[in-house]
Design a protein around this ligand. Sequence first.
Ligand code: GLN
Length: 460
Amino acid sequence: MTISEILGQIQSTSARAVVENSIKLATENESYHALLSLTSERALKRAADVDSGKITGRLAGVPFVVKDNFLAFGAPTTAASKMLENFDAPLQATAVEKLEAEGAICIGKANLDAFAHGGSTENSAFGPTKNAFDTDRVAGGSSGGSAVVTALNIVPFALGSDTGGSIRQPASFNGVVGVKPTYGAVSRYGVVAMASSTDVIGHFTTNISDAELIMDIISGRDERDMTTLPDFFEVENETKPNQKIGLVTDFMTDDVDSEVRAKVNEYVEKLRELGHAVEEVNLPMAEYALAIYYIIVPAELCSNLARYDGIRYGHRAESIKTLAELYGKTRDEGFVTENKRRIMIGSYVLSSGFFDAYYLKAQKARTLLINEFDKLFENYDVLIGPVAPTPAFKLGENTADPIKMYLNDIMTVPTSLAGLPAISVPAGNNSEGLPIGVQLMGSRQSDAKLLSLAKSMETK
Ligand code: GLN
């Protein structure tokens, strides 16, 4: 379902009818567990304001969903954790505010891996989300709920966050478009922090034009997030002809599912038919990207999660006698196993005895990776490769082995570490009917160029 189709429906019926229908679809599809809450009361009130002409804008009456790590009114902001189970947002995230300023209507909060730690939505404290195409399989993650509500046409778009692949991978697993913008393109104000140097806000849509529209609305400088860039995004209606595109061979090895590779190769052929030149390129540092990521990200997230101490926000343990017990019990009860694992890794790599050997070394290696990307973008407009090594895996398949789970992030973390824009574009289904996405990666602030190229490919 596209945004313009929804706007047409609002024209011919009413915003109220459209929002009611979206809430009805959400309820009918409850078994996917894509949503943690509905914000029906507030949504219907806003729909009435659209119908009366009080609320106007480019998205007047268009329903959407936000990942439940965004502060938004109408339901608690849980980050899929017991820690924030009853936390009511005192303000709304800038991205949500910007969408509301254009008349969009949030109808619910999507499931995720608790605090966005994961790649399957199985780490949610409230149970996993099921894949839109096969309910025995994972939705991907951590923005699994947002991907599934878009794939099931409950809403035409949804917001997510991507720290190491959390928009792109679930988009790929559910056959929708997923956009991870340039670091700093979209304000993170009002979004529960995971790893501050790679967190970005982005979105899921069913087509590229809608992805461009949402990007246009949510991006831009925000005084409340000092890492945001001056507004640079402008939709490119003319796709640059004869682009030079690099196929990242490090992501096309025999370890990658053969049908995934076949879909990437098909996409490459179509790019060539459109007149673009595609050459194989190497990104040798990609081999180290996972190791770098799983040192830097836990280090940053363990600092960000230190604020959940039972005193200032959210859950507080009961019947405690000492301060240490208050911290310990609150955090034990409020975090899931994966949160604790990462807090322990983060504390370890930041500890005085190991800081140089792990954290500092990882930051140096990260610079080498960034330099490799920069060199490639001197010669290439866009890089291409798979989003993940496999299509959606089975629920429970990787939960016993965290390393196996982390391996799924191997193709999405490099651009996260480098702060580069990357999008996941549907490229068809495998022989079992599971969707496969192709990843397009660009230089800093080339978001519009990437989307434009993907748009020109949609009709191919
Ligand atoms: N799967 C990755 C991780 O577990 C990415 C998470 C994310 O982008 N929030 O860290």
